[in-house]
Design a protein around this ligand. Structure first.
Ligand SMILES: Nc1nc2c(c(=O)[nH]1)N[C@H]1C(S)=C(S)[C@@H](COP(=O)(O)O)O[C@H]1N2
Ligand SMILES: [Mo]
Length: 414
């Protein structure tokens, strides 16, 4: 038996015959495409909260120039956020095996001595620290937010948002430096040519137990498995049952009150049934001409309209379209003096604590005839868990803007 180096700083310590520029390049090119889509859909998701509208919609008020691209979120197509956020979460989870394999494939480089040969080399290694650290941070915070109701200190949103910019800046530098080499490596392989100065090859490889191609199939198989057990949470119907890995999938999609899933229950949100009953509850609507207080019975006397709209959560799950019925937001605006061109609205819930108890909606969302203060869904009264006595439902918006247990609507430009 030959002695193998014991220290990871010596190249001979790393003996997997799988490592090599081609293997790393294939994974790298997959990540180049995938992470670009993640970044764009992530920024889109941030815009969907309408953070520029009001501080209550935004947990990153110090975004500064990072908010340069923000735009008023549209109200159509109705599945818009369902689609962009479904892609973001499903793709992020699907790429986890690729990311891990890519990092594994370059791990010997982490231990290269001397740590820096020159200033340029030092800078490159620092950018790699941001790249690897940022990448692990973004994937970890994202997965934790979806799977575990989040366990990090601080809010998910600012961490994931600022982290994304740091990570993506390092990612762009890395892509500019490495993509040409990766493309060459992939093309060379197609011509069956070896690379003589491949610095990722082990100088002392152990016998192979699986080919590089086989290893890539393994990684791809892992990704496919994650994809197939996740994607159902953003699709409707029978696919939802396949979302075994997703916290809001797997179970009977039509189970629970009103025939669709609940995010936070009334009990969890601390909603007191006495406050939401016929006797006590009044909707307080304020606008240009003053304040109006309406009981649920009075709301039911107003012109009622129907909208088929989904709920699409930032966590990636969404419902198929549900059949909502209630009063148009623009009709409520008209009631307090905003005829024709309705302004923004500030929505407050009966709920006393929690970040989602209030939200601001932009004038385009108020004006859309599909935007409702819903009183019933799928032909029944809203269940307590889905927001009885009344909740907001707005087309194309993230679920968080669909405030449940609404107590107060204040119309006016924000
Ligand atoms: N008052 C209040 N409204 C709320 C929330 C909340 O926690 N409190 N959660 C929001 C989020 S994040 C989502 S995804 C939807 C979920 O609606 P559902 O539980 O009816 O499916 O409600 C939204 N409305
Ligand atoms: Mo949500």
């Amino acid at each position: 038996m030959r002695d193998h180096p014991r220290l990871p700083t010596s190249p001979g310590f790393w003996r997997s015959p799988l490592r090599g520029t081609w293997f790393t390049s294939v994974l790298g090119l997959v990540l180049l495409a995938g992470i670009t889509v993640l970044f764009v859909t992530g920024l889109v998701s941030y815009a969907a909260y309408n953070p520029g509208l009001s501080r209550v919609n935004d947990t990153t008020p110090d975004k500064g120039i990072l908010g340069f691209y923000l735009f008023p979120w549209p109200t159509g197509p109705v599945w818009l956020y369902r689609f962009t956020q479904g892609v973001h979460v499903t793709l992020g989870i699907t790429l986890v095996p690729v990311l891990l394999a890519k990092l594994w494939s370059v791990v010997p480089k982490l231990f290269t001595l001397p740590p820096a040969r020159s200033l340029a080399h030092a800078l490159e290694r620092i950018s790699l620290l941001l790249l690897v650290g940022g990448g692990l941070f973004e994937f970890t915070t994202g997965v934790l937010n979806v799977q575990l109701d989040y366990v990090f200190p601080g809010s998910f949103y600012p961490l994931h948002f600022y982290g994304a910019w740091v990570f993506f800046a390092a990612f762009v530098v890395h892509a500019v430096l490495k993509t040409p080499k990766a493309m060459r490596a992939v093309r060379r392989r197609l011509r069956e040519a070896e690379d003589e100065d491949d610095d990722l090859l082990s100088p002392d490889p152990a016998p192979a137990t699986v080919s590089r191609r086989g290893a890539l199939w393994l990684v791809g198989g892992g990704s496919l498995l994650l994809f197939l057990t996740t994607v159902g949470q953003s699709l409707g119907g029978p696919f939802r049952r396949t979302a075994l890995l997703a916290p809001h999938g797997g179970t009977d999609p039509n189970g629970g009150p009103n025939g669709f899933q609940i995010n936070k229950t009334a009990a969890y949100a601390g909603i007191d049934a006495a406050e939401t009953g016929e006797e006590a509850w009044r909707l307080v609507v304020t606008g240009r001409t003053g304040t109006v207080r309406l009981s649920r019975a009075q709301l039911l006397q107003m012109p009622l309209h129907s909208s088929s709209l989904p709920i699409a959560c930032v966590e990636g799950w969404s419902t198929a379209d549900q059949w909502w019925r209630g009063v148009r937001l623009r009709d409520l605006a008209a009631l307090v003096g905003h005829d024709g061109d309705p302004p923004d609205v500030f929505v407050e819930s009966v709920q006393r604590h929690g970040a989602f108890r209030r939200a601001a909606l932009r004038s385009n969302q108020v004006a859309d005839p599909r935007s409702l203060l819903a009183l019933t869904v799928n032909g029944e009264d809203l269940s307590p868990d889905h927001g009885y006595p009344a909740r907001i439902i707005v087309p194309a918006a993230p679920g968080v803007l669909n405030t449940k247990w609404v107590a107060r609507l204040t119309f006016g430009d924000l």
